[in-house]
Ligand binder design. Structure first.
Ligand SMILES: C[S@@+](CC[C@H](N)C(=O)[O-])C[C@H]1O[C@@H](n2cnc3c(N)ncnc32)[C@H](O)[C@@H]1O
Length: 359
């Protein structure tokens, strides 16, 4: 994982972000120590043309821009294309509403397992707007929080004990200290290689440290066959999975516990809960969760489908949005009782390395 651009320099307009990326190069690129030390700068002698063309400068600058824009939505530019959902204001609102759904679903708990005594450092993978890390940091001023994301969409004013890093969690990590808890929520439609990510997380945890992955399955279902066979919801899901699988992103929830065990985690626990897609349940709490979930889906279907359907499946923007809108409209039908599952998978790094004790 590349070292962090300083959070203080991260702003949401492209000009300031040029500064961010310069800082990040400064710290991560060992081949340009001059930027740090003030020593002379070695010229690049590999170019064949003597004069620098506009297209060369433009493509270099384009690589530094914080965002790319496509079909009216904003996407992350660092490692462009890795994550298929947008990162604009509408998507940030959706993520924060989704955070609220998680809290409602889990009795306002930020984590289901108790933190290890004397927890000092917590890592939040794919932190998004940073809402979980920031609220946790406010509750635990004694703990240092680090959030990692591809997109620089976190707020600028932060509690003292929070740092955000713009990096790809699937790159090799270069943290110099271990963590006591690693939290990873909502990366189900992002991570390509879960076993590798979990091996890396295991190594980065202090002995006895915990990791929790929280994700929702991307398919919905119903207990009473109330989603009609010719439903746009089925078509949406089928196309969505097809596009994800074409770009190498698996639907991981059902396999996470096994991946954790294979990486060396012990005491692996799985909790699975239903999230209604609308206020159709009789139970008051579930009705409220369903209402928030439906509000989240209002922008959610378009956010989930647009890049995947256009970039990967070659659909037009209008067709992609029409399919998303039709799927959403079906969720507004009180007779459609759709839900999906949220999975919490938690494991612990053992206190002792058993094989080291035996040998
Ligand atoms: C669905 S959002 C979840 C945000 C946050 N964890 C939450 O629950 O509120 C997924 C986030 O993961 C980030 N992401 C996706 N792939 C990533 C990767 N390979 N490395 C770092 N961040 C990633 C996205 O940019 C996005 O902000």
């Amino acid at each position: 994982m590349d070292p962090p651009p300083s959070r203080a320099h991260q702003k949401s307009d492209a000009v300031d972000l040029l500064v961010v990326m310069e800082d990040s190069t400064n710290m991560s690129d060992a081949s340009s120590p001059a930027m740090e030390t003030g020593a002379s700068i070695a010229p690049d002698t590999t170019a064949r043309e003597q004069y620098i063309s506009h297209s060369e400068t433009e493509s270099l600058i384009a690589g530094l821009k914080a965002y790319i824009y496509e079909n009216g939505r904003r996407y992350h530019a660092f490692r462009a294309g890795r994550y298929p959902f947008p990162c604009d204001e509408s998507e940030k609102d959706r993520m924060d509403l989704w955070h609220h759904v998680h809290l409602l679903l889990n009795n306002h708990r930020y984590h289901l397992e108790p933190l290890k005594p004397h927890t000092k450092r917590i890592l939040d993978l794919g932190t998004g707007t940073g809402i979980w890390a920031i609220e946790m940091a406010e509750q635990h001023p004694e703990i240092q929080f680090t959030g990692v994301d591809l997109a620089p969409i976190q707020p600028e004013v932060l509690p003292q004990n929070v740092t955000f890093i713009i990096a790809d969690v699937e790159d090799p990590w270069s943290f110099t200290e271990g963590f006591d808890f690693i939290h990873c929520r909502g990366l189900g439609q992002a991570v390509r290689d879960w076993p590798k990510l979990l091996r890396q997380a295991f190594k980065q945890l202090n002995p006895g440290g915990l990791m929790t992955i929280i994700d929702t399955e991307s398919s919905c279902n119903s207990d009473d066959n109330s989603i009609p066979a010719d439903s746009a919801l089925w078509v949406f899901q089928e196309r969505f999975h097809e596009a994800l699988s074409r770009i190498g992103i698996p639907d991981p929830c059902r396999y996470l516990a096994q991946y954790m065990k294979s990486a060396g985690f012990v005491d692996v626990r799985v909790v699975r809960k239903k999230i209604p897609w609308g206020p159709w349940p009789r139970n008051e709490t579930l009705k409220q969760i369903g209402a928030c979930s439906l509000a989240m889906l209002e922008s959610g279907f378009r956010a989930f489908g647009l890049a995947l359907f256009t970039r990967v499946l070659g659909m037009s923007e209008d067709d992609a949005n029409a399919l998303s809108d039709a799927a959403y409209a079906e969720c507004r039908n009180r007779n459609v009782h759709a839900f999906n599952y949220q999975w919490h998978v938690t494991g612990r790094r053992p206190e002792y390395n058993i094989s080291a004790m035996v040998s």
